[in-house]
Structures are given as structure tokens and as C-alpha cells.
Write a protein that binds this ligand. Sequence first.
Ligand SMILES: Cc1ncc(COP(=O)(O)O)c(C=O)c1O
Length: 283
Amino acid sequence: MQNNCIYLDNNATTKVDPEVIEVMLPYLTDYYGNPSSMHTFGGQVGKAVRTAREQLAAILGADESEIVYTSCGTEGDNAAIRAALLAQPEKRHIITTQVEHPAVLNVCKQLETQGYSVTYLSVNNQGQLDLDELEASLTGNTALVTIMYANNETGTIFPIEQIGLRVKEYGAIFHVDAVQAVGKILLNMKTSTIDMLTLSGHKLHGPKGIGALYIRRGVRFRPFILGGHQERGRRAGTENVPAIIALGKAAELELLHLEEAIAKERSCAIAWNKLYLLQFPIV
Ligand SMILES: Cc1ncc(COP(=O)(O)O)c(C=O)c1O
């Protein structure tokens, strides 16, 4: 198959970084142990998974224990929404937006058929939300607010922390689909209002078939997939080790590039300010 095109659709998926492929390959060939095994062969793989988890946690400013691996962004969204509702069975209202990815919208539509009421917030001609509409929709019966960070079609970024502050006033769980934001926006879960956050490996130069869900420590989480004790009992199934290793490396590289870009932007801004002051000195 020939591939000599110029690819410009990075919101759909990204090319896997060659450095990511390099670190991933040994876990398909030589280090194929099960990270849960008691023996050394599995143990060394378990150690590599721990390092990868630290790398991924770093891009979110999260703790490693707050990361749960999933198979993709879609699974992360499904798991977060269902877990939030299972944790608060007495509440029957969800707030989302009209412009979410189908991984959120289709779950919400199904939940409507199961007795939940869903508010779909509208956006204006700039693709932005009206925070007054959000505020008017929140009630004590709201279990979950699930809103994307950045839109996959328009690139619009929602004011997530302003939304989160309002959500917290009503005691609802705040889930953010950050599939299009991770690696592009500097995130810090330590200072954030987000309770759960979804990301996907193939949007940040990692492979397809791996994603993660950030779950803030203390947030009640009921697993969506039941089975073994993997992921601290929050997502059963033998780990996709090569993809986890790859996602760790991809996250490390993305964080590096992001920090470099921010530093460059800052030095440009300082240079512009100096130039401005030289031209128009404050007297
Ligand atoms: C905003 C958003 N959420 C969720 C997803 C689903 O992610 P995945 O393809 O990993 O299932 C996508 C994928 O395009 C997306 O853009």
C-alpha cells in the first residue's frame, strides 16, 4: 500500500511517533509476560507498566493511582458516564452539550430510554456555550455533567474550569471528554475541578486501541467491565501492555513539546513587550 499523501486530519487520528514504536516493540517480541504474574518474567513487565502510568499521569498533573487504562476514548466516556450514575442511583438528571462526540451523545440518548432526563446545552454561532443556560439547568437531582474540553469538529475550547465551579456548587460529578485536548492544552488535575477525564492514545501520536480514564481520588467509581482485579478493580482484563508502554512514551513526548511551545511563546511575548517599550517607552 502506497502512502505518499500529505496528512492534515490530526483530529481524526495521528501518526504514531517513531520513538513510541521503538519503545513499544520489545513488549510484543521479548517482554510478553503478564504484568499480574507473580514470577520475574511478568514482574518486569509490571514495572514497565508502572513507569508508563507515571508518564501518563504527568501529562495530566495527576497521581498514578488516578489513572485507569481503557481500550479507547469511547470506552472511557462510556465508563465514566455509567460509573457516575451507578454511584448516585438517587439522582436521575444528566447535563451534556448538543455538540459532544457520539461516544457521549449516544450513551445519553440510551439513558433517556432508561428513565434519565438529559439536558443538551446549545452552542452559539461561535460554537460556545452559554454558562447561564448551564446554571439554569443544574439542580440537586443532577448526577453528572459531561462536557468536552475541545470540540473535534470546530476546535472550540469550552471554559472547563468555569463550568466545573458551577457544577461543584450542585454536588454533581464533572466528567470531561478531553480526547482532543490532552497534549494540546497544559492540564493540571491537582488544581482542576474535573472529577473524571477521558483521553485516547491515537490522538496524541500513540497507537489505536488504548485510552485512559482519570478518576480523581475520592470520587466514587463503579466499574463498567467486571472480571479480574486489574487497574485496582476499576477495569478488568489483562492489560494491553505494548500499547500502555507506547501511550506512556507518547505522553512524555507530548508534554515535552507542549512545555517547549509554551516557553517559546513566553519568550516571544517578552521580546514583543521589550520591542514595544523601546518604541513607546513609558515616561
Ligand atoms: C472528542 C472525542 N471524544 C471521543 C472520541 C472517541 O475516541 P476513540 O476513537 O479513541 O474511541 C473521539 C474520537 O474522534 C473524539 O474526538
